[in-house]
Write a protein that binds this ligand. Structure first.
Ligand code: ATP
Ligand code: MG
Length: 575
């Protein structure tokens, strides 16, 4: 491809509204252009990369027996209502105003509706179906460029099995394919166990790329034996010991003390574990009687409530109480709430396992500006139940107590779920087993974000000058720079190298632009980040030499023009 004919609007300046590296560099290298918040046009350079990723994904899906489909983005409301997801997705689903249709954020329902009349016997199973298609999600905060778009490309795959063992096999095949895909895309990745409750599944794994640009938080052990999304991560946490002092509880005045830190300062203590932090949650009624369940959650003062763990226990709909609800439920504002003297009756009390049967606790008095000390959960909160409810922290040990945990940010590039029978049951997709009994089809669902892979690659492979593509997803293998095409010797040599590379089927972007200063060409080459640059300039040519520059290391090789193609063939397999 000749740069003189290629539409690649590179930018010299940092785009003002981009924060993360991949967003800045995709804009600056002319890969994408924003149309509106979370919606991007893919320009030719970006499209080449995205298509390469799609092709890798397609090859790996076909290797495990995948059937490629292409389903519509539009789907009928009633199909989504039949699984309850028209409501569950809430505002995240785009609704068409003048038709009863939505723009699909995922395709479990549509694939299941195709399976239903077709996969009717155990002989029809297993099946692996997939598509590479545009998804629409009305993300509340689209940011970081294509890392979180409102329109993006996903490979979504679905397995259909007649047994749970079969699902296990399908899941393993996808897991292996995902590992091949991420390796081929040049990502340093790891997998973590993940929350699957909201999708109705049983087991799930997320593939993560460690990055400051990530919106997920993961807990990884130093010895590599443990990796989990923080949402469900567990650790070996110290139990707050029981002192058995049997002191009576006692209210005391704490003017304007609203936070645990303020309370600790006021009491002049550094260990906050006995300051029972209380938060009120509302679990909306599932029945018609409209009676909400109120849940008062306690964790140690040095911990945070893990809301995903709470959802796992009480269902996805549980939410923090609004400030005005707090007064109505407890009689106090946030910061003064506790287990004793609650305004409403029948409030469910739950506490983190660290607080199991603990005493000498301090918590709010359900009266603004007052706290109560010497609370004994065993004595004073008899109906309390205990669960793991806390967020794991950096430096804690794994459950086995062997290795320390590191907490870091990561980008979720893929997700595999064992869905089970949720969708088959909702849509009545059944098959006849060997004994002639009807059973729901057992499903798995497997998603990968195409643009997110590209952005993650850039997050992991860039420097202050620009992108550094490596391996299979580089848009071109070679950047050929004709330093000054108006010089006949340079122009002829560059043209002949260009033709030789094409003959060798080595992809090349040829900077043949006239009237562009060499410095500008070099900067663009570094910005676009093609792995190997060939620089044809006057000084070297006089000695029949050309220069090769390796983008990732900056290494420069001066080589005789006659040996160039041989050397390039060798280098292309390396970078
Ligand atoms: P997230 O937690 O980041 O919102 P998700 O868990 O909702 O993602 P899935 O439904 O598991 O995402 O979708 C499968 C894959 O699609 C994700 O692993 C990710 O690579 C990609 N993806 C999801 N949402 C977006 C988005 N808004 N923009 C770009 N890619 C996305
Ligand atoms: Mg996910």
């Amino acid at each position: 491809m000749r740069l003189s004919k290629f539409f690649i609007p590179t930018l010299k300046e940092e785009p003002a509204d981009a924060v993360v590296a991949s967003h800045k560099l995709m804009l600056r290298s002319g890969m994408i252009k924003q149309l509106t918040s979370g919606v991007y046009s893919y320009l030719p350079l970006g499209l080449i990369v995205f298509k390469k990723i799609e092709q890798i994904v397609r090859e790996e899906m076909n290797t495990i027996g995948g059937n490629e489909f292409f389903l519509p983005a539009l789907s009928p409301n009633e199909l989504w209502a039949s699984t309850g997801r028209l409501d569950d997705y809430g505002d995240t689903i785009f609704r068409i105003k003048n038709r009863d249709l939505v723009l699909a954020p995922t395709h479990e329902e549509v694939f299941t509706s195709i399976a239903k009349p077709n996969l009717i016997s155990y002989k029809d199973l297993p099946q692996m179906w997939y598509q590479i298609q545009t998804k629409f999600r009305n993300e509340a905060r689209p940011r970081s460029g294509v890392l979180r778009g409102r329109q993006f490309t996903m490979k979504d795959a679905y397995s259909f099995d007649s047994s749970w063992e079969g699902l296990g096999e399908s899941y393993k095949l996808q897991d292996k394919a995902y590992r091949n895909i991420f390796s081929r895309c040049g990502l340093k990745y790891f997998s973590v166990t993940a929350f699957s409750g909201a999708m109705g599944g049983s087991e799930s794994e997320e593939f993560m790329v460690e990055s400051e640009a990530g919106e997920d938080i993961v807990a990884i052990s130093e010895d590599g034996s443990y990796a989990s999304n923080i949402e469900i991560a567990v650790s070996k946490a110290n139990i707050v010991s029981r002192n058995n002092s049997d002191l009576n509880y006692e209210e005391f005045y704490t003017p304007n003390i609203k936070s645990i830190d303020e309370l600790a300062d006021f009491l002049k203590i550094s260990d906050k574990s006995r300051l029972a932090k209380s938060r009120v949650f509302v679990n909306p009624s599932k029945e018609d009687n409209n009676v909400n369940e109120y849940v008062l959650v306690f964790v140690c003062g040095d911990d945070e409530v893990n809301e995903t763990k709470l959802q796992n226990i009480f269902g996805a709909a549980i939410r923090p109480a609004h400030p005005d609800e707090l007064m109505e439920i407890t009689g106090a504002d946030a910061g003064s709430i506790g287990p004793i003297g609650l305004k409403k009756e029948n409030i469910r009390l739950v506490a983190d396992l660290r607080l199991k049967d603990s005493d000498e606790l301090i918590s709010g008095a359900n009266k603004n500006d007052y706290h109560i000390k010497n609370i004994d959960f065993k004595r004073d909160a008899k109906d309390i139940s205990y669960y793991d409810l806390r967020v794991v922290k950096q430096g804690e040990y794994t459950i086995e107590g062997i290795s320390k945990i590191r907490v870091t940010k990561a980008i979720e590039v893929g997700h595999i779920f064992k869905l089970g029978t949720k969708y088959a049951e909702a849509l009545d997709a059944k098959f006849l087993d060997k004994d002639g009994n009807e059973n729901p089809v057992i499903m798995g669902s497997y998603g990968i974000g195409i643009e997110r892979i590209a952005a993650s690659h850039i997050e992991q492979n860039h420097d202050e000058k620009g992108i550094i593509w490596t391996g299979e997803i580089a848009p071109f293998k070679i950047m050929l720079i004709s330093v000054n095409p108006q010089n006949k010797l340079i122009c002829d040599s560059a043209e002949s190298v260009y033709n030789d590379l094409i003959k060798q089927e080595i992809t090349v972007l040829y900077d043949d632009r006239v009237d562009v200063r060499p410095g500008f060409k070099f900067n663009d080459a570094d910005l676009i980040g093609i792995p190997i640059q060939i620089i044809i300039g006057e000084k070297n040519l006089k000695n029949n030499h050309v220069e090769i520059k390796i983008r990732c290391s900056g290494e420069r090789i001066i080589i005789c023009k006659d040996d160039l193609i041989c050397k390039i063939i060798e280098l292309v397999s390396k970078y």
